[in-house]
Design a protein around this ligand. Sequence first.
Ligand SMILES: NC(=O)C1=CN([C@@H]2O[C@H](COP(=O)(O)OP(=O)(O)OC[C@H]3O[C@@H](n4cnc5c(N)ncnc54)[C@H](O)[C@@H]3O)[C@@H](O)[C@H]2O)C=CC1
Length: 327
Amino acid sequence: MRKPHIFANNPLNRGEVERRDEEWVAREATDARSKYLPFRNLNVLLTDESPPELGWLPSRQVQPLPAGAEWIFLGMLDGVSHFAVDLSTDSAAAERVEHDTGWHFEDCRSAGEQMSSVNTGMLAQARAQLDWNLRHGFCSVCGHATNKGRGGQVRQCPGCNASHFPRTDPVIITVVVDVDADRCLLGQSRGRLQRMRAYSALAGFMDQGECIEEAVAREVMEEAGIKVKNVRYHSSQPWPFPSSLMIGCIAEADTTNINMDNEEMTDVQWFDRAEVLKALEGRSEELTVPGPIAIAHHLIKAWATGEKFLGAVAPSPLIGEGWGQGE
Ligand SMILES: NC(=O)C1=CN([C@@H]2O[C@H](COP(=O)(O)OP(=O)(O)OC[C@H]3O[C@@H](n4cnc5c(N)ncnc54)[C@H](O)[C@@H]3O)[C@@H](O)[C@H]2O)C=CC1
């Protein structure tokens, strides 16, 4: 069986029923057995172990919480309630935590790269949900201050009665394969990939009123000018920067002439299998690809190593011969 992606496989029981009882959540928040994961400016507390782990603290070490510190209920593990707390509003409290534990706050992407992958699912949930709560203190309908409910899974507006729920933005990410020439299409977008001089699978946010297959065809056409067919789903990855769900696909090229979008991309190229295999092992002088933290790495690897699913999954009934943008 394929290993879960980093940021997936969260072991917490999110307590959908329990969290509806506000008194229960308040009691658990101060219970001596409860654990807190502190954040500072969305950086997470990591232990000094090797590899480092999430820096869970017993509730007595953070209670009483600093005035105005946002906290959320994440869920339960072995009967113990787990919370995340933002200490950004009180730098003295954040520094005290680092001093008392000898641990440190770390950027979450870097934390995901360093930690053993089993606990990165909790990190993804904590970062995305804390960030959403911090950015939704006011109602987008009437502008009134909102109140946190269900331990941070909803924000209620007392002004107009609107309920706001945490959002996840779906993003498609696709390796396009030229079956006849045994090569795949990778692109370098402006920003992070350009700085790293790396090439990745083509990705983009889904539009409203669009299915996954349509989003793949549209994004590949926009970024590379290539028509695709036979879009197949591979796997998905929670991506908490700030709150995306990466939907990994592999598609076949129906055309092969690249017509790149110069605004978003610095380069798009076909790469042959031998080069891609070398790049995955960090041995290529021509090509750098993202590391194992990214679903992009695993999609590229799935094609390059001929992972079984490629032949095993039936082609989508929606995307057949000749289907594509503008048809
Ligand atoms: N885990 C992985 O393997 C990978 C993850 N990603 C992630 O996928 C996301 C999209 O990738 P790119 O298109 O390269 O990103 P990007 O961040 O460059 O976004 C492209 C454009 O989409 C628009 N945009 C930003 N946020 C949006 C939103 N929530 N909904 C709709 N449009 C939005 C903006 O105009 C932005 O310039 C990013 O969050 C990126 O970090 C991208 C590639 C690999």
